[in-house]
Design a binder for this molecule. Structure first.
Ligand code: AMP
Length: 339
């Protein structure tokens, strides 16, 4: 499928091309036609799947052409997202995807002074990207009116709830017209997220795509069911195998990370650990020693390990992860056919 087949207008096709996108991602392929038709969408997709363009492109198309000059522009689309980083990122995407459309977007979030944001909203904008707290503040002070909104996007709903924003989100919703299109995105669908979705969507179409980081075929995965007490013995046993040149071990907690390093050391397997309580210098040293082959095993908490980039030509690590629940451990290792 091509973007042209999605019936996007010329200006949007050009912007997409300028981004270097040659074809729509699965979430875009599924969401854009529904959103263009004005349907409510329940999208199960994470950041990294191309979901921003999946909602931004149809929003831009539906809001075109922009209103004539003169008078304050009413906010017609709102994108509510949990963090300021995401809000800024989405705003920049709207600038790229909306270039030359004449539509105006703005972003507001907490942690910075509100005056510059209020100033930028003075003449009105077509599209507002916001985090819930700051949005409610500015609504409360009379700077923002959502009474003429036609499209509402709730982004990263599960994270929003995890971060304790449920009341803020519900409060925002009370300010929206009931006649509107709603696009709801969440990486996961636990019960509370589903309930929220059902309370704000009308007859939605569900769209689901695989997370971007789903494992590739060249990774062989194994799951070991093991008693908690035996996990450390099994791990040491696996890592001592001669075919294991290097290994990355993921653990859930910082304390667990230190413990695994100690336990492996007692069994004669040298390991180093990285987690959030270690200084940047200590983390970098550990990483360099691992990458350079001076130490065979790197133990890391999931968060600390994000963004670790290990050249596939220098080392081919095996990964193991201790499951969140006691008694579970899985390993993923490059299969014999891996390059
Ligand atoms: P998102 O999930 O919206 O954060 O997008 C993740 C990354 O995919 C961003 O760097 C986008 O620029 C990029 N992206 C979005 N759509 C496409 C596409 N159709 N083709 C290639 N890259 C894309």
């Amino acid at each position: 499928m091509t973007f042209r087949e999605l019936n996007l207008t010329r200006v949007l096709l050009k912007n997409v091309e300028n981004q270097g996108y040659t074809q729509p991602t699965p979430i875009q392929e599924k969401t854009i036609p529904l959103a263009l038709e004005g349907k409510d969408v329940l999208g199960c997709a994470q950041t990294g799947t191309g979901k921003t363009a999946a909602f931004a492109l149809p929003i831009l198309q539906r809001l075109m052409p922009p209103p004539r000059r003169g008078g304050k522009r009413p906010i017609r689309a709102l994108i509510l997202t949990p963090t300021r980083e995401l809000a800024q990122q989405i705003y920049e995407c709207f600038l790229d995807y909306g270039f030359g459309t004449g539509l105006e977007a703005e972003v507001i979030y907490g942690g910075v002074k509100q005056e510059p944001q209020v100033m930028r909203l003075k003449d009105g904008v077509d599209i507002l990207i916001a985090t819930p707290g700051r949005l409610n503040d500015l609504i409360g002070q009379g700077y923002i009116d959502l009474g003429r909104l036609s499209i509402f996007v709730l982004d990263e709903a599960d994270r929003m709830l995890d971060m304790g924003f449920i009341h803020d989100v519900k409060k925002v919703i009370t300010h929206l017209p009931s006649e509107r299109q709603t696009l709801f995105f969440s990486a996961t669908m636990p019960k509370d997220v589903e309930q929220l979705a059902m309370s704000i969507l009308k007859d939605p179409e569900t769209v689901k795509v695989d997370p971007p980081a789903s494992t590739v075929d060249s990774i062989r995965q194994s799951l070991y069911m093991v008693d908690k007490a035996n996990k450390k013995h099994l791990l040491a046993d696996i890592l001592a195998r001669p075919e294991v040149e290097s290994a990355l071990v993921f653990v859930r907690t910082k304390h667990g990370c230190d413990k695994v390093v100690r336990d492996l050391g007692k069994k004669g397997i040298e390991a180093c650990g990285i987690h959030g309580d270690k200084s940047q210098a200590a983390r970098q040293t550990a990483l360099n020693r691992f990458k350079g082959g001076q130490v065979k095993v790197l133990v890391a908490t999931d968060i600390a390990a994000r963004g670790i980039d290990i050249s596939p030509t220098s080392r081919r690590p095996m990964c193991t992860a201790s499951g969140a629940r006691a008694g579970r451990a899985w390993t993923g290792m490059p299969s014999a056919s891996a390059a």
